[in-house]
Design a protein around this ligand. Structure first.
Ligand code: 5GP
Length: 119
């Protein structure tokens, strides 16, 4: 079930400001409010999708194409193509997804270390 009161829904409605990086008909990208790297951007679809599973099942091909292209555009816009970057999407409890609206994180601007901490 999609929660219309999640923080990214509020950003999409213009109720909360964001530092916008890219916008098109289907996608919005903005800086993360609490950056974990020198570059930390978020890319979200404008549609009401909780997770990648939801998006993959219900979004149109046009929305999916716009989303993937926006990730590439924002990485380029942030100057990360040469130095490299990491994209990540948390889904559900084990991944500690905080905001229940699909988002891809783009991290860059420094060496990012190993992908996951081993326990
Ligand atoms: P998650 O843990 O759900 O993958 O990541 C949620 C991300 O949203 C976090 O990195 C957090 O800093 C970011 N975030 C939470 N609230 C806001 C907000 O109001 N504005 C922006 N720009 N980012 C937010």
């Amino acid at each position: 079930m999609y929660d219309d009161n999640n923080i990214f829904a509020k950003i999409l409605r213009g109720e909360i400001p964001c530092k916008k990086l890219h916008e098109d008909e289907h996608t919005l990208a903005f800086d993360d409010i609490n950056p974990q790297a020198p570059v930390h951007a978020l890319v979200i679809p404008k549609g009401k999708y909780v997770s990648m599973k939801d998006f993959a099942a219900k979004a149109s091909d046009v929305e999916i194409a716009a989303f993937v292209r926006a990730v590439g555009k924002v990485a380029a816009l942030k100057g990360l193509d040469e130095s490299g970057y990491r994209i990540l999407a948390n889904a559900g409890l084990n991944a500690h997804q905080e905001v229940p609206h699909l988002h891809v994180h783009i991290f860059g601007g420094r060496a990012l270390g190993p992908m996951l901490i081993k326990h």
